[in-house]
Design a protein around this ligand. Structure first.
Ligand code: ZN
Length: 317
């Protein structure tokens, strides 16, 4: 088994169940109870699953949307801080196995920047995860420039996690099976990242970095088309869109145990920007781990994707 760092591994802390359950949809209550048990556990259940998958270190993040769905900004800021303190205590119990991503209330750009800085400097977190839009506001909004400025200065990677869109697309009407993780979240989250690219966030903050799960939410597959259409439509950016995607976006394999999109992501972005993730407990860590062990790759590339790239980009060991 190749040793691994897993980047998109979720937990729930007390008081956050309500936010999370709003995005669950129709799931068998028995399965739901098992998922909640796994989300709330930091001991045997999680560690056994990590061991079976060859995961040395899991970077833990709140199962979304968390305070991204909180309508009261002050409550959001306070609860995000409490959640980060909770996670820091769990990480402290097993510092060799766990690291943390900060949970941030983007309702207030300056408070979010302060909390990111506190989490990275005092709590030694690896970066942050933002669960998509905050009550309909995306991360390219100009009011968030102070946040990007601080994130860039800290060298923080902002991991953008899928969430439900503000309103479901009419194109999915009548097809419940296409909602959420099947297809809806890919479009929602890929669009979020493209808003940052096309909105010039990386022109304003050239060293800002984001991460996307699910093998890049289809972006690596579409680079040529983004460039071709951006030119045709006269989009005013310093570089073609693909250049930002290659320079400012990192990609994790979460929830995608499949060689074709992995090879596409490697070919499009370079293997040093691709990193392993399982998306526990929504996906089986064992399946993801065994897939990473077995998928056809040069052994140096496998070791980099499984461990070394995350160690380098997130300052983990
Ligand atoms: Zn996830």
């Amino acid at each position: 088994m190749v040793k691994k760092i897993a980047l998109e591994e979720h937990f729930l802390c007390p008081g956050f169940e309500g936010y999370w359950q709003s995005t669950v949809g129709d799931v068998d209550p028995k399965i739901l109870a098992q998922v909640v048990a796994r989300l709330s556990d930091f001991g045997d259940l999680r560690l056994k699953s990590m061991d079976a998958a060859g995961i040395e270190r899991a970077v833990l993040s709140i199962a979304g949307p968390g305070v991204q769905a909180e309508t009261d900004g002050r409550i959001a800021t306070r609860r995000a801080r409490d959640a980060n303190d909770f996670l820091a205590r769990e990480v402290q119990r097993r510092p060799n196995r766990y690291s943390g991503f900060a949970h941030l209330a983007m309702q207030d750009a300056n408070a979010a920047a302060d909390e990111l800085e506190r989490c990275m400097t005092e709590l030694k977190f690896a970066g942050c995860m933002i669960n998509g839009h905050t009550n309909g506001q995306y991360l390219d909004h100009p009011s968030l420039d102070p946040f990007w400025k601080r994130a860039e200065a800290l060298g923080a990677v902002i991991y953008i996690h899928p969430t439900d869109p503000v309103t479901p697309s009419p194109a999915l009407e009548g097809h419940k099976g296409l909602r959420r993780a099947t297809w809806e979240w890919t479009f929602e989250t890929g669009s979020h990242a493209l808003r940052l690219v096309f909105g010039g966030v990386f022109d304003r903050f050239p060293r800002a970095r984001i991460a996307l799960g699910h093998m890049g939410e289809t972006l690596p597959f579409l680079l040529w088309r983004f460039d071709s259409r951006a030119k045709l439509y006269g989009i005013k950016l310093a570089k073609p869109p693909s250049e930002y995607i290659k320079a400012n976006i990192l990609v994790a394999t979460s929830g995608m145990c499949s060689a074709e999109p992995l090879n596409c992501a490697i070919a499009a972005l370079g293997h040093d920007r691709i990193m392993f993730a399982a998306d526990y407990p929504f996906e089986a860590a064992e399946e993801a781990g065994h897939w990473m062990d077995d998928v056809a790759l040069n052994e140096t590339v496998r070791a980099d994707i499984a461990y070394n790239n995350a160690a380098k980009h997130f300052g983990l060991r």
